[in-house]
Unconditional design. Structure first.
Length: 246
């Protein structure tokens, strides 16, 4: 909304952890609050410019606490295990986003979430603003597998047992990686690249190149009743409601 005129930018101690960048000029305008509502780095976070160290003592594998469970936290809600989800964890075992990023959220399974930021009025889950016309959100997401190529298949004419991580030859048409069998007994696999059209995959043999196990690619979609295949569906990486009550 402002039309700033920048006259100079001064960077002090660019190689240190206390780098200061001073931007000078005019026409910046005024804000009632300049700091982000929430700047979450997991092990340390800033709420409205104030440091919150609730997670600083959490170690690798700890469940993400929430205020909804009466724990000190920056989030009011998190997945608890319903609908195939798992409680999110704190992890330090994966490649960092940058050198100063020591911890991340580990979102296990599907429908794993954290939500209702306390700093945004979500302490009870229903107090977030209803009259904001603009909202800026930025976050980093590193999936273990390419979501757009992740499929679930019912085991049809299954022989043998696939090995986790092995390469699957899908009808001689394409390759995939076997991930495992989920709690519903479905084969989980991820194609190595964009798969062929679904129509040409129906009924072909899936061969485990290491195990020798085989299965038949289902000929019906999972929603058609009986055994079937399930293509990547809606990829909901973030959900923002205009009204806190949905």
């Amino acid at each position: 909304m402002a039309a700033p005129a920048i006259t100079s930018v001064i960077v002090e101690d660019p190689e240190s952890d206390d780098t200061t960048i001073t931007v000078q000029g005019s026409g910046f305008g005024e804000k009632s609050q300049a700091a982000p509502v929430l700047f979450d780095q997991v092990d340390s976070s800033y709420e409205n410019g104030t440091l919150n160290e609730s997670y600083q003592t959490l170690t690798d594998g700890a469940k993400v606490p929430t205020t909804g469970q009466g724990q000190p936290s920056i989030w009011s809600a998190a997945s608890s295990g319903a609908w195939g989800s798992f409680p999110p964890e704190i992890t330090s075992q994966y490649p960092p986003r940058h050198n100063n990023s020591g911890k991340h959220y580990l979102m296990l399974g599907h429908n794993s979430t954290v939500g209702n930021p306390v700093a945004y009025g979500g302490n009870s889950g229903w107090e977030t603003p209803v009259d904001n016309t603009q909202l800026y959100v930025s976050w980093w997401f590193r999936p273990k597998y390419a979501p757009q190529w992740y499929w679930r298949l019912a085991p049809v004419n299954l022989t043998g047992q696939f090995q986790e991580g092995e390469t699957l030859n899908v009808g001689g048409l394409t390759k995939a990686t076997f991930i495992g069998v989920d709690e519903e007994g479905q084969i989980n696999l991820v194609f190595d690249g964009k798969p062929p059209r679904t129509a040409v995959l129906l009924g072909v043999e899936i061969l485990g190149e290491s195990s020798g196990a085989t299965s038949t690619f289902p000929e019906t979609f999972v929603g058609s009743g009986g055994p079937g295949y399930e293509t990547p569906g809606s990829q909901k990486y973030i959900r923002i409601w205009e009204d806190p009550r949905g």
